[in-house]
Design a protein around this ligand. Sequence first.
Ligand SMILES: *Cc1c(COP(=O)(O)O)cnc(C)c1O
Length: 389
Amino acid sequence: MSFELSQRLRRLPPYLFAEIDRAKRRLRAEGKNLIDLGVGDPDRPTPAHIIEALYRAAQDPDNHTYALDFGMTELREAIAGWYRDRFGVELDPDTEVLPLLGTKEGIAHIPLAFVNPGDRVLVPDPGYPVYASGTIFAGGEPVRMPLKAENGFLADLEAIDPETASRARLLFLNYPNNPTAAVCDLAYLEKAAAFSKKHGIILCHDAAYTELAFDGFRPPSFLQAEGAREVGIEFHSLSKTYNMTGWRVGFAVGNPEVIQGLSKVKSNIDSGIFQAVQKAGVAALTGPQDFREELLETYRRRRDTLVDGLNDLGWKVTRPRATFYVWCPVPDGSPSADFAKRLLEEAGVVATPGVGLGPSGEGYVRMALTRPEEEIRQALERLGRLKVS
Ligand SMILES: *Cc1c(COP(=O)(O)O)cnc(C)c1O
């Protein structure tokens, strides 16, 4: 027998990392030592008090049952409190806050709530692939917004033609940005809110990296923007903020109708987050935040080592103000997939080819600061021996 995959799966963009994945496996099997700057997954452990909270909560049988789809009151209140402290924005924990099984889950599901077959969804290019795949699963058409260096990698909303804007249901933005590491200011988010209002589009701001910023910069929240709550929501994640990628906890906040639509989809698909993990989430959001100073200092040192090192080698790399990514123009102008393959084969350094994150990512590779400084230094040494230009 053979089983044909659904059209929605066949409509997904091709997975462009397969060749790199294969080469990685082969080189590892050959015993090669690879330095993996490809994956955006924190290498530092979850802070101990959060693990402790999980451990305690896991022992309580009251936490072993199905959780409520829309999360424990305690967690929704903790989220609202964190948001107030961090951004000065008041949220109603009952109607404007929705815990998620990670931000990815919410991003993948929101099109099912608001997108009909043929509707357009505006997605950043390059960008986190889930904006487009969630859209395709809902029968929608992703429309790419190129992020260009000359615009500081901000999506140019004025360049979107009115016909497309009128057929768009959702607009995804993501600042601080993965993969370009670009940041935006509040004025930009206000313009985006006005654009969304004008065209009746729901704006979904992915704010997974607001807590990873350097040099005193504090990234804004979309909900601080004038008119934001009328038009959209913001996604946050505990994954990068608290080194909790494996735990699966994030949240959406903002417009109550949008929150309710997403919640309705979820109530038909999942049955909430394990309550012990929700309690750990409460511990993360309400507990001591002082570990972050050290974490940011660690990423900052790695950033400076990598950026200075690459620039010494003649690459032309800018120092990111946020995220744990460095977005590097390919120094010899070769296609990013070829260049990433060379880095891997000849230097044993794994980087993500920009084209794999969207056609406008061509010409760049992304390196993640999620490896120890010592490894980053080794990577630089190896790259120094590589002939480029
Ligand atoms: C890591 C990441 C996420 C996913 O976060 P989870 O909460 O772990 O699902 C979402 N968006 C972007 C841009 C990311 O880089």
